[in-house]
Every structure is written in structure tokens, then in C-alpha cells.
Design a binder for this molecule. Structure first.
Ligand SMILES: Cc1cc2nc3c(=O)[nH]c(=O)nc-3n(C[C@H](O)[C@H](O)[C@H](O)COP(=O)(O)OP(=O)(O)OC[C@H]3O[C@@H](n4cnc5c(N)ncnc54)[C@H](O)[C@@H]3O)c2cc1C
Length: 461
């Protein structure tokens, strides 16, 4: 059969889109959701069951429906949780909320579009002779669809540390993918740990280790040694920013700084930017965007992607009592030692080389940009000239309606993308508050396309 829509992916983007499609498509329509993740909708972010793995967005802003902002808070209360709109719920609960929301829309079978969940990885894709695309799946099946949405996230493959820095004999002591939580059981109670990357993933892993009884020292190394800021206990109101006429990075940053110098809370200033971040990004030329990525990204990340106050306070205690030390520097080498590894790094801003011993090295540098390197499917589509990377290599080229563009900049009929893959066009498109809006718009666009192309009889029916 040929599906009306195939959604490829099994994280939040795929499920948010499926939920929105179920709301707008007629019962005659058919949807295939192709994902290789056993927990459809959870992805890396929401499959955790550890209670300190919290959302970094307040519950009131995590509803999957942009037009029903209280939905997640109401679901939590329905589960007997005494929760306030500004609370930071656990990511595990959020995964369950997505599962329940989808299940409730799937229940009235006769009044909704058909949905088939196919547990497989899409490995390549070709254009059909008539219309639509055919996907090859890793279970040797093929899948045909008229509309396709690529919702592949940033990939969860292992991220090797630079090969020229790592002595091969040291690799058994290096954890390249900390999201396979099994690695924690190999860590001894007093083992010394060296973590690369000082962002949200690092904090998740440190708190997981503590919860499992680890009491050894933890060194954290990143280029700038910057750690995410916490959300305040009481949220300050967003402050609208008056954008300078000159749309260059220096003028924009100056305008923001001036607001803070004039007494505005910096968190309110950063939050006030949020509704206009996508438009602001789109108004910048390539040169200004790449300046932002080169010089401001690390600062943006720690101010913009803040963590729940309770999570920060637990991490801060470990910083203050000396359990965790954060270093700013550049990795030089990881060598095997009798009982672990010896790590050398150059301290930022100096030529001084520092050395430390670690029983385990954990790579928490994470994937910030999707690119296409993580996905054989995207590489195959690129090789066939169906997709192109955006000009900064953040993801793939899409237009403002999330339609995938070929290398000549022409939209491929019926082919869309969502989530981090579309960061080149939207930049701020990796978190729920933005993806849910994209999902709702995509569902509307696809439902109109399906209505337009339906044969007259079906339309009357
Ligand atoms: C640890 C963590 C915590 C986060 N916390 C928050 C938060 O609190 N609030 C917030 O708003 N955002 C948060 N985020 C951001 C988060 O990325 C988004 O909220 C959302 O989960 C992104 O979903 P996605 O579907 O786009 O990507 P992913 O979750 O990465 O899902 C993509 C899925 O597609 C599958 N896939 C890829 N290629 C194929 C293929 N070829 N065939 C089939 N399937 C394929 C993958 O296996 C994966 O399951 C967090 C992210 C992480 C990693």
C-alpha cells in the first residue's frame, strides 16, 4: 500500500507530528511511523527513569498541544502529582505523558486515520515512478508514502573523542555514549572520573553516578569550562528586547547587555528573546550566523538552556565540596595507565599542560547539530541529490514551511523535515515549545495537500 504520510523517527518530533496528524486527518487517511527506538516518543531525552533527570522547561510550557498549554500540568495532576505550572517535572514522566496522549488519540479506531507503527530503521529512499517516495527499511521491507517527514533528531551514535588524542590501549576505559546507562554499573565507588563536556548531559551523568553510590572525584573538562545556569525559583517576567537596526551580532549583543546594565534581570532578557529568536536568526546573513556559532554559542547555551533549581543546587554542592572540579582547556592526550588512564590537557589561555588520572573517561560533549554524518539515510538521500545540507551544516536545507530543498533550492514535493534537522532555517527548534508548533503547522500543511490530491469521490465521502 502507499501511505498518505510516513513519519520517519521515534522521538518527540515524530510523536508530536503523529498526534497533530491524528487531530486533522480524516479517517480515510493512513500514517506510518517508522522508528528504531522501542519507546516511541521518548527518544534519548524522555526514556530515562531517574527522578533527577528533570525537564529544563517548566511544566506549563511542555504541553504537546500549543493551543492547550495546560495539558501536561493537567495530566500530571491526573496522576496524583501535586504540581505547579512553574515546576520542573521528571523527563520520565514526560515520556509517559506523550505515550498516554498518543494512546488516547488512537483509541477511537473508527473515527481516526489509520496509524501503523513500524519498528525499523529507514536506510535509504528513492523517488517512485508515479508519485511519492519508497523507503528501504533495515528489516528488508519497503515502505511507500506520498508525504514524508524526516524527524531523525541529532542521532544517538557513539561520539568518538578525537582519534589523534587517544591511545588505542586506553579505549576500553572510554565511554563514548553515556546514554547507555549500563556503563554506570562498571564504575567503582571511589573511581576517579574525567568527563568531557560541561553541559546538560554532564550534569545528568554526574547526578546519576551519585545516585548509584559513586563517591570518587570527578574532573570535568571543556573548552571554556562553562556550566549551565539554573532557572530562578521564581521566574522573572520576560523582557521584550528592542532590536537594533543594524542586524549584526555585536549590535544585538550590545542591545541585550544594555538592558541588563539598565537593571533588567538577565534571565528575563534571555526569555524575552525567545518568541523572536527564529525571526532574528532568519534575518541574519550567513556571515553573522556563523559569527554567532563561533563566538557566542557556548554563552548562549548556558544562559538559554538553564536547568531546574533543584538539579543545579545538587550539582553546585558537589562543586563546592570539591567532588567535582571544572577545568577550561583543550584535550591533548588520553593514554592507558596501569589502573585507568592518564589525561593531559592544555589549560585555556596558557601553554601550561595539566595532567590528571582517571579510571574512566566519559564523553558528554553531546551532539549539538544534527548534520547528516550520523544518518546513513540522509547520506543516501544526499548522494541521490534529494537533499542538501544547509549552508552552515547544522542540518538539511528546508524552507520556512519545513519543506526539504534539493541542492538547487527547489522543494521536493511531499518531503518535509522537523526538529533539529531544520536548525539551519529556524535555529531555535530543538526543544518542545518550538517543535510542537512546527508539528502543528506541518500537520495542517500535509492535511491540506492530502485533501487537494484526494480523488473527487473520496472527497465527497
Ligand atoms: C538529555 C536530553 C534532555 C532534554 N531535555 C529537554 C527538556 O527538558 N525540554 C525540552 O523542551 N527539550 C529537551 N531536550 C531537547 C530534545 O531534544 C527535544 O525535546 C526532543 O526530544 C527532540 O526530539 P526529536 O524527535 O527531534 O529527536 P530525538 O529524540 O533524537 O528522536 C529521533 C528519533 O529518530 C530515530 N531515528 C533516527 N534515524 C532514523 C531512521 N533512519 N529510521 C528510523 N528512526 C530513526 C532515532 O532513533 C530517535 O529515536 C532534551 C534533549 C536531551 C538529549
Amino acid at each position: 500500500m502507499t501511505y498518505d504520510v510516513a513519519v520517519v523517527g521515534s522521538g518527540f518530533s515524530a510523536i508530536a507530528l503523529t498526534i497533530n496528524l491524528l487531530r486533522v486527518l480524516p479517517p480515510t487517511a493512513s500514517i506510518a511511523v517508522v522508528g528504531d527506538d522501542p519507546g516511541f516518543g521518548r527518544g534519548t531525552a524522555y526514556r530515562t527513569e531517574f527522578y533527577l533527570h528533570r525537564l529544563n522547561v517548566p511544566a506549563a510550557r511542555m504541553s504537546v498541544f500549543p493551543d492547550r498549554p495546560d495539558d501536561f500540568v493537567e495530566w500530571l495532576r491526573g496522576q496524583g502529582k501535586a504540581v505547579f505550572a512553574e515546576d520542573f517535572a521528571s523527563r520520565g514522566d514526560y515520556g509517559l505523558y506523550l505515550r498516554d496522549t498518543l494512546a488516547s488519540l488512537l483509541r477511537p479506531r473508527e473515527r481516526r486515520a489509520r496509524v501503523d507503527f513500524i519498528r525499523a530503521k529507514a536506510t535509504s529512499c528513492v523517488q517512485c515512478e508515479k508519485d511519492g517516495l519508497v523507503f528501504c527499511l533495515d528489516n528488508t521491507d519497503e515502505l511507500k508514502a506520498r508525504n514524508i517527514v524526516l524527524a531523525l533528531g541529532v542521532g544517538s551514535a557513539d561520539l568518538p573523542l578525537p582519534k589523534n588524542c587517544v591511545e588505542p590501549a586506553a579505549t576500553p576505559r572510554i565511554i563514548d555514549n553515556p546514554w547507555r546507562l549500563g556503563w554506570l554499573s562498571r564504575v567503582g565507588r571511589t573511581d576517579e572520573i574525567c568527563i568531557f563536556g560541561s553541559g546538560l548531559t554532564m550534569i545528568d551523568q554526574v547526578l546519576s553516578m551519585r545516585a548509584q553510590g559513586h563517591r570518587g572525584r570527578i574532573h570535568v573538562l571543556s573548552r571554556r569550562g562553562l556550566v549551565p545556569h539554573p532557572h530562578p525559583k521564581r521566574r522573572s517576567a520576560p523582557v521584550a528586547t528592542e532590536m537594533p537596526e543594524n542586524r549584526d551580532m555585536s549590535s544585538i549583543l550590545q542591545a541585550l547587555r544594555r538592558q541588563v546594565e539598565n537593571g533588567a534581570d538577565w534571565r528575563g532578557v534571555v526569555d524575552g528573546l525567545r518568541p523572536q529568536t527564529q525571526a532574528l536568526w532568519q534575518s541574519l546573513g550567513k556571515e553573522q550566523r556563523s559569527r554567532f556559532l563561533r563566538h557566542a554559542l557556548a554563552w548562549w547555551n548556558i544562559h538559554r538552556h538553564r536547568i531546574a533549581p533543584e538539579v543545579f543546587s545538587r550539582f553546585d554542592t558537589l562543586l563546592k565540596d570539591g567532588t567535582v572540579t571544572v577545568h577550561a582547556g583543550f584535550l591533548k592526550s588520553i593514554k592507558a595507565a596501569d589502573d585507568g588512564t592518564d589525561v593531559q590537557f592544555r589549560k585555556r589561555g596558557t601553554q601550561e599542560v595539566a595532567a590528571l588520572h582517571a579510571d574512566w573517561v566519559v564523553n558528554c560533549t553531546g551532539m549539538e547539530r544534527a548534520g547528516i554524518g550520523h544518518s546513513p539515510l540522509l547520506q543516501a538521500m544526499r548522494d541521490r541529490g534529494m537533499i542538501a545540507m544547509d549552508e552552515l551544516g547544522l542540518g538539511i536545507s528546508v524552507d520556512a514551511q519545513s519543506r526539504v530543498l534539493d541542492p538547487a533550492g527547489v522543494p521536493h514535493p511531499g518531503l518535509y523535515a522537523s526538529g533539529a534537522l531544520t536548525a539551519g532555517q529556524f535555529w531555535e527548534i530543538t526543544a518542545v515549545p518550538d517543535i510542537r508548533i512546527q508539528a502543528s503547522k506541518l500537520a495542517e500543511t500535509i492535511s491540506k495537500d492530502i485533501a487537494r490530491s484526494a480523488p473527487p469521490v473520496a472527497r465527497i465521502a
